[in-house]
Every structure is written in structure tokens, then in C-alpha cells.
Design a protein around this ligand. Structure first.
Ligand code: 6R9
Length: 688
């Protein structure tokens, strides 16, 4: 692989063919609209507001907020008093507007060949039915419903059914343990849960129902009863046995939508509490009036980890989130009606909420929903699916890109990928080497890359290129989305104008920002508004370069202060990963008697490389040369694998402990694979 020193200075202009038909074609156009969105948010967002159906208009101001904790409680209200229903807007209205027969989702199962599709009108019927099911079970406005499901259409049906009747969905990624699920059910006080019997992920069979059962009994021990558990029969038996109403019914003969009987697969069952989805759906009415909700009524909550304490239930409301999901999807992915769009994220994460369900459906898009993994049956699966559905817009995570790079280009180049136009990334900083591989190999150097920075808390993209307008630089998320006013602050809270690095904060609210932490408004204020009064604090660092481009440098808690120089661990990692032998790297701050802190690195090497003393020196020099002598790591250790959350984020908190030789690791329940820990202790740098 080529050395990619200083490639990050290279600028990539929007592909001309894409630009010609883009919604936003030039930086000038972007800047004009951006100015309006900041100076006069009401006039900007009113145009988006008017594209939806509102039962009644706002009763007060379009936007009403307090962002300054010194002036009183933090509060953010968009369109308060206006009545609408998001489910009605994204399903009924699309059907009324002639999109009834348009495919909403092509569903691609874990096994190639297990597939199906669902149109907008079919989706609407299923959602209405399940909304009636929920009502029959006693679920009403404001009730919290836990959802723990694989990537199957029923997951979207369940979430939209909640939205239709004003219930609040709390989706937990179906990879979390029983304990984590129980914590979230308890915090949200969910009265019911929707799940499936089980699911295949690659070669692994997961018994979801049994995980849910254990979670429900943990809740019971802590005096909370989950009254109802609705179970989708995803693993069979055969579809013919199912009564009318199953989404996949008309597809069963062909494909069974992945519902393959699994011999010997058993789930536990408690009569009265546990009910099959298809039993409930078989007899229920397929018409369900939407419940008209206030724009500021809760739509959903989603848990995200904090630096301390239990995960926070990030709460999003109806009207603002609807506008923001819709607008970001349209502009960031330059959406056009004939596009085939695919976001590989699981709906269990915010990316799946906004960019698998709400954003695409609100725009009347056709999406691919994928149940499986990028590596099954082999590392070419993503590109096989891109070709199968002629995907134009593809959205994935840097961690997936880096792991696919390891397998070599052939897995990509054996597929055509000629339909691709826009490639997106999300979730973590993307190192220039991965960006360039994505651009050159996956995108044949003809696609626009959008590196979208955002958070569970922001509801949608906040810093991102627009594919038809923004000249991109590999590794930079570039410029703010409409309505976002970013500022970089020093430790003392001074605004850094021009070039510089510091805390990334936002100065005014946008429609998609979270409104509170469920049940703990004070925690919301402390976490996001206390350190720098008057600003929403992202917890990330950012650097502004001479051209005004924003570069996210990683979580602030990962900043290292080496001899008074503030360094981001992400910068060090990006340098290391440019070395041809390195597949992945993570660096953490480590105590140092003279410098205060120094950098300790973990590197995963590519096949055929060993971490010799010589290579250690080469890597140290690589960083030294890329960033500066002060940035040279003191320690580099071998890491056959890195400790990651199930969403692929590296858990640096654990790496810091390993570097220190401290076995008191605290909570490791969010780790995808705990076995990496012992291996990493074994390779620990002896002199650290
Ligand atoms: C959408 C999502 C949020 C954190 C965020 C930041 C990191 C996300 C990024 C990025 C650099 C990007 N992050 N996108 N860092 N460049 N394009 O991932 O939400 O799971 O809440 O994570 O992820 O550190 O603060 P969430």
C-alpha cells in the first residue's frame, strides 16, 4: 500500500455529473442558504415545515429556547403547540401522493438469496395493524415500548406503530446483553417489549428471546414487571403456517424472507405474557387513525453511554426531529426519487433511526435493509449487494471500511459498483488512508464522499459535506449543515477564530437536537451545557484549518497533553495507520514523570507482519514525522484485536487501564468481545 503522507491536503471536487443535478450545486449556493439558516432559522425551516401535514399550526413562537444555564433551565422548543403525526407524514402522505406501490425497503437477509421487499402501502397496512395490536395490549400515549430486534422489516413496523399512537419507542441494539437490556428497560420503565425468536449473524445463531427473558426476569427482581412480550417468528417454522398479515406472506414461497426453520432451536415461553406477533396480526383491523401529537411530544428515546454512570436515555421529540431527519437526508445524500439508498447501520443505533427509518421514508426513498454482516459469506458481501440492487448511495462506518481494506482490493473489484454515486461514513473520525481507499477502490474515483459528523444527541448530521457542492479533504467532515453554528473553544472557554483546535460546541439550537435525558433533566444540563455556559458541548475536539475546514479530532476525553501540547489520540492513530504494516491503531494517554502525559499505542498489524524492535522505531518515527517530535509515542504494543463496543467504537477507557497494568477495568458489559482483554495484557509494554 502506498505511503500517504500529507495526502490530507489534497482537495477533491464534487463529481461533475453529480453536481449538475444536485440540490445544492455550489459553495456559494450553500453559503447563501447557510447564512439564512443561521440568521433567520424560522424562514429557513418554515420551507421544510410546509412540506409536512400539520393538523394545527404552532400556538406560540416557531422557536423558543434557552441555551444559557446561567439564565435558567435549558429548554428547546420548536413549533410548540403544532399538531402532527410523523408516521402519518412518512407513510399515509406518501401513499396519498402516489408512492403506494413504490418499494420502501428491499430486505436482504443474512444468507444471500433470502430477500424480499415491502412497498409503502404494504408498510402502512402493517404499521396500522401493529398499532392496533399495541392499543389492544393497552399501550397508550406516552408509554415506553422496548424493542430488541434484528434488522427485519418488522422492526420498522414496530417503531412506526409506536409513533402512530404516540407511544415512545426505546430501541436497544440486539447485540446487547440481558443486563444492559434490563438496565435500559428499567430506566425507561417500559411496559412491553417487542423482539424476535432469534437471528443469524454470519455463522452465529443468536437466541434473542432467551436474552429478553433473562432481561425481563432481572427487571422483575428489581420490582419492574414487563407485562407483554411480542415475539416475531423469524427463524421459522415455515411461512405457510402463518396466518394472513405477515409482511412476508406473498414472498414466502419464493424466499421465506429468511424465515428458515432451525432444527433444535428452542425458546422459553411464558403464557399470558409472551405472544406471537403473527397471532396478534392475523385478526386485527388494518385501519388505525394516527394520534395527533404536539410537535414537542416525545417521539423516541435511545440510550448512549456517558463518561460516567448508567447510559443516558437521549430523548427526541416529534416535529423538530421530523424536519431535521428529512432535511439532512435530502441534502447530505442529495436525494432524488429514483435513488436506491443503503445505510448499513443497525436500527439499534441513532444512525439506523434517522437514516434507515425516518429520513429515507420521509423523503419517499427506496432503501436496502440488510440483516447480515460485511464478512458473510465473504468480505465481498457489501459490493455484491450494491450490484444486486444497483445502490447509488451507500452509507457505512470507517471501522467497516478499515476492516474490509485488510482483505485486499479483489473482494471489491470483482463487483461492478457502477451504480454508486455517493459514499458516506459516520461514527468516528475516518483516517485519510481509509478515506482514499473508499474513494479510489470502492468508488472508482468517481463518487462523492460525505464524512458525516453527528451524535445520538444531535438527531442528524451536523458537520458534513454536501455531495454536489463541497470540495472535500480526506479526513475532514468539512462544514456545518444548515442551522448549525459551530464554534471552537479553548479550555478557558474563549472562542478560537481562524485556525486552531479546541472543544467543538454549537451556539444555537437546530430542530433535531435532543430535548432532555429521560428522567434526568439535570444530567442533560450538566453533561452538555455546564462546562461552557451558552453553548451545547459535543464532547469532541475539532480543528479548523486555514481554509475553514473542520476536522473532528475525537472525543475530548481522549485528548492527551504531552509536555503542554494538546494532542488528539485520533491524530496519532491516523499517522500510525498510514504505515503499510498497520491495519488498525488506538492510542491513549499514559502518565509520564517528566512530560505529564505521554502516548501509548496499540497496533493491529496486517497479515504477515511482526512487531519487531525495528518496526516499533519505524512507527514512532512515522508519528514524529507526521505530527511533530512532541507527538512521538513512548510505547507501542502489539494488539491482535482492540476492545470495541458492539457498534465498533474503540473503548479507550479500557486501553488506558491496560497500558497502566491496572486490572480493575470497571464495567466491561458493552464490550463486543471480552476475550481481547487478556491477550492485550499479555503483550503490554514491560517498561510502561
Ligand atoms: C452518529 C453517531 C457520536 C460520537 C461523536 C464522535 C464520533 C461520529 C463522526 C465522529 C468523527 C465523524 N463521530 N461521527 N467522529 N467524524 N464523522 O455515531 O452517534 O453513536 O452517539 O456517537 O461518534 O466522537 O461524538 P453516536
Amino acid at each position: 500500500m502506498a505511503e500517504t503522507n500529507s495526502v490530507s491536503d489534497e482537495v477533491f471536487n464534487p463529481p461533475v455529473s453529480l453536481q449538475a443535478q444536485a440540490h445544492i450545486k455550489t459553495m456559494q449556493e450553500y453559503e447563501e442558504l447557510y447564512r439564512e439558516s443561521i440568521d433567520d432559522p424560522e424562514s429557513f425551516w418554515k420551507r421544510i415545515y410546509e412540506t409536512f401535514y400539520w393538523k394545527s399550526p404552532p400556538t406560540g413562537p416557531f422557536l423558543d429556547y434557552n441555551f444559557d444555564i446561567r439564565k435558567g433551565p435549558i429548554s428547546i422548543k420548536w413549533l410548540a403547540g403544532a399538531q402532527t403525526n410523523i408516521c402519518y407524514n412518512i407513510l399515509d402522505r406518501n401513499v396519498e401522493n402516489g408512492l403506494g406501490d413504490k418499494v420502501a425497503f428491499y430486505w436482504e437477509g443474512n444468507n444471500p438469496g433470502d430477500d424480499g421487499k415491502i412497498t409503502y402501502s404494504e408498510l402502512l397496512v402493517q404499521v396500522c395493524k401493529f398499532a392496533n395490536v399495541l392499543k389492544d395490549l393497552g399501550v397508550g400515549v406516552g408509554d415506553r415500548i422496548a424493542i430488541y430486534m434484528p434488522m427485519i422489516p418488522e422492526l420498522t413496523v414496530a417503531m412506526l406503530a409506536c409513533a402512530r399512537i404516540g407511544a415512545i419507542h426505546s430501541i436497544v441494539f440486539a447485540g446487547y446483553s440481558s443486563e444492559s437490556l434490563a438496565d435500559r428497560i428499567l430506566d425507561a420503565e417500559c411496559c412491553a417489549i417487542v423482539t424476535a425468536d432469534g437471528v443469524w449473524r454470519g455463522n452465529k445463531l443468536l437466541n434473542l428471546k432467551n436474552i429478553v427473558d433473562r432481561a425481563m426476569s432481572l427487571c422483575e427482581k428489581r420490582n419492574h414487571l414487563v407485562n407483554k412480550c411480542v415475539v416475531v417468528r423469524h427463524l421459522g417454522p415455515k411461512c405457510e403456517n402463518l396466518v394472513d398479515g405477515m409482511i412476508s406472506n406473498n414472498l414466502c414461497e419464493e424466499s421465506q424472507l429468511g424465515k428458515r426453520p432451525v432444527h433444535g432451536f428452542k425458546i422459553s415461553w411464558q403464557d399470558g405474557r409472551d405472544i406471537w406477533w403473527h397471532d396478534l396480526m392475523g385478526t386485527v383491523d388494518s385501519v388505525c387513525e394516527p394520534v395527533w401529537m404536539d410537535a414537542e411530544d416525545p417521539l423516541f428515546m435511545l440510550y448512549t453511554s456517558g463518561s460516567t454512570g448508567i447510559p443516558k436515555g437521549v430523548l427526541h421529540t416529534t416535529g423538530g426531529y421530523m424536519m431535521y431527519a428529512t432535511a439532512t437526508f435530502k441534502y447530505t445524500f442529495d436525494f432524488h426519487p429514483d435513488d436506491i439508498y443503503w445505510c448499513t447501520a443497525d436500527i439499534g443505533w441513532i444512525t439506523g433511526h434517522t437514516y434507515v427509518t425516518y429520513g429515507p421514508l420521509a423523503n419517499g426513498a427506496t432503501s436496502v435493509m440488510f440483516e447480515g454482516t460485511p464478512f458473510y459469506p465473504d468480505a465481498g458481501r457489501f459490493w455484491a449487494i450494491v450490484d444486486k440492487y444497483k445502490v447509488n448511495t451507500f452509507y457505512t462506518a470507517p471501522t467497516a471500511i478499515r476492516s474490509l481494506m485488510k482483505f485486499g482490493d479483489e473482494f471489491v473489484t470483482k463487483y461492478s459498483r457502477s451504480s454508486l454515486r455517493i459514499l458516506g461514513t459516520v461514527g468516528e473520525p475516518i483516517n485519510p488512508e481509509a478515506w482514499l481507499w473508499y474513494h479510489r477502490v470502492v468508488g472508482n474515483s468517481t463518487c462523492a464522499i460525505v464524512d458525516t459528523f453527528w451524535q445520538t444527541e444531535t438527531g442528524g448530521h451536523v458537520i458534513t459535506p454536501l455531495p454536489g457542492a463541497t470540495p472535500t479533504k480526506p479526513g475532514s467532515a468539512t462544514f456545518p449543515f444548515f442551522g448549525i453554528l459551530p464554534t471552537i473553544l479553548s479550555e478557558e472557554g474563549h472562542e478560537i477564530k481562524g485556525t486552531g483546535e479546541g472543544y467543538l460546541v454549537f451556539k444555537q439550537p437546530w430542530p433535531g437536537i435532543m430535548r432532555t435525558v429521560h428522567g434526568d433533566h439535570e444530567r442533560f444540563e450538566t453533561t452538555y451545557f455546564k462546562k461552557f455556559p451558552g453553548y451545547y458541548c459535543t464532547g469532541d475536539g475539532a480543528h479548523r484549518d486555514k481554509d475553514g475546514y473542520l476536522w473532528i479530532t475525537g472525543r475530548i476525553d481522549d485528548l492527551v497533553n504531552v509536555s503542554g501540547h494538546l494532542l488528539s489520540t485520533a491524530e496519532v492513530e491516523s499517522a500510525l495507520i498510514e504505515h503499510h504494516s498497520v491495519a488498525e491503531a488506538a492510542s491513549v494517554s499514559h502518565p509520564h514523570p517528566i512530560k505529564g502525559e505521554c502516548i501509548y499505542c496499540f497496533v493491529t498489524l496486517k497479515e504477515g507482519h511482526n512487531l519487531t524492535d525495528e518496526l516499533v522505531m519505524e512507527l514512532k518515527n512515522k508519528v514524529r514525522h507526521k505530527i511533530g517530535p512532541f507527538a512521538q509515542p513512548d510505547f507501542i504494543q502489539n494488539a491482535p484485536a482492540l476492545p470495541k463496543t458492539r457498534s465498533g467504537k474503540i473503548m479507550r477507557r479500557i486501553l488506558r487501564k491496560i497500558a497502566r497494568g491496572d486490572r480493575d477495568l470497571g464495567d466491561t458489559s458493552t464490550l463486543a468481545d471480552e476475550s481481547v482483554i487478556d491477550v492485550l495484557f499479555k503483550y503490554r509494554a514491560q517498561d510502561a
